[in-house]
Ligand binder design. Structure first.
Ligand code: SF4
Length: 246
């Protein structure tokens, strides 16, 4: 799409308050029954949360679980990680892959120890200044470790919000990405931001999955734009088949 056309496109609408409320209620109800019990959900320790979030970048939960425990046994604090060498950190990280991550984690640990008295800062600007911490990780650390009402958008959340509230074009263009962040912000409840953000991730990972979303029995179905448009397409295709047979 040309830059001129992109400029002319109407802004995507945000859902009205009643729709936001319904989405929150359905999501949190689902999470209370089906949410995963993961060790990093039982802690508010900023270092532990940071380790889990960096490990979860590009890596599935079941591969992260054993490594998370092993890593925290080896390096339980920023201080212990900072005291190790980058090579030792890399060895402990094996075989998670994307080896730039332990290097960055190690560099963050050293900076936290030397500049911040072993305490991870909680404000977005300082967190973003660390190499390797993007918008998602910063939002996740602020929300899960410091209780901030910070929105997050990862791959699972992006897919879920796109299907629910947009369902046309692609989730990958710049404008739509910005819209998905705005959606994540307006949907976030005043209370229970921790559970809500964890629920978004679980729902995208367990129900609104990439290839074949589990729409049958999905509590979001009545308001889901993707579901409504697939239904319309199926009805249209069935009508065409009937006409062709006559
Ligand atoms: Fe995802 Fe289907 Fe549920 Fe819509 S109805 S949120 S597409 S699983």
């Amino acid at each position: 799409m040309s830059a001129a056309k992109r400029r002319r496109r109407k802004p995507l609408p945000l859902p009205p308050p009643a729709d936001r409320q319904r989405f929150r209620r359905r999501l949190l109800n689902w999470y209370r029954r089906h949410g995963r019990d993961l060790p990093w959900r039982r802690t508010r320790d900023p270092y532990h949360i940071l380790v889990s979030e960096v490990m979860l970048q590009q890596t599935q939960v079941d591969r992260v679980l054993p490594k998370y425990e092993e890593w925290l046994t080896e390096y339980p604090t920023f201080e212990s990680l900072a005291a190790a060498t980058p090579r030792q950190a890399l060895r402990t990280w094996y075989p998670l892959g994307y080896n730039v991550r332990p290097k960055r984690l190690h560099a963050i640990a050293r900076e936290v120890v030397t500049r911040y008295d072993e305490r991870l800062p909680s404000d977005a600007d300082r967190l973003k200044a660390f190499k390797g911490l993007g918008d998602y990780t910063v939002g996740a650390v602020r929300c899960f470790a410091f209780g901030a009402r910070a929105p997050i958008v990862d791959t699972n959340i992006s897919r879920l919000l796109f299907r629910m509230f947009v369902a046309r074009g692609t989730a990958k263009d710049h404008e739509t990405k910005r819209h998905l962040w705005a959606l994540s912000g307006v949907l976030l409840p005043r209370r229970h931001a921790f559970d809500f953000n964890q629920a978004l991730m679980d729902f995208g990972a367990m129900v609104c999955v990439p290839r074949t979303p589990r729409c049958g029995g999905c509590p979001m179905q009545p308001d889901c734009k993707f579901f409504a448009s697939s239904e319309r397409q199926q009805l249209g295709a069935a009508r065409k088949r009937r006409t062709a047979r006559r």
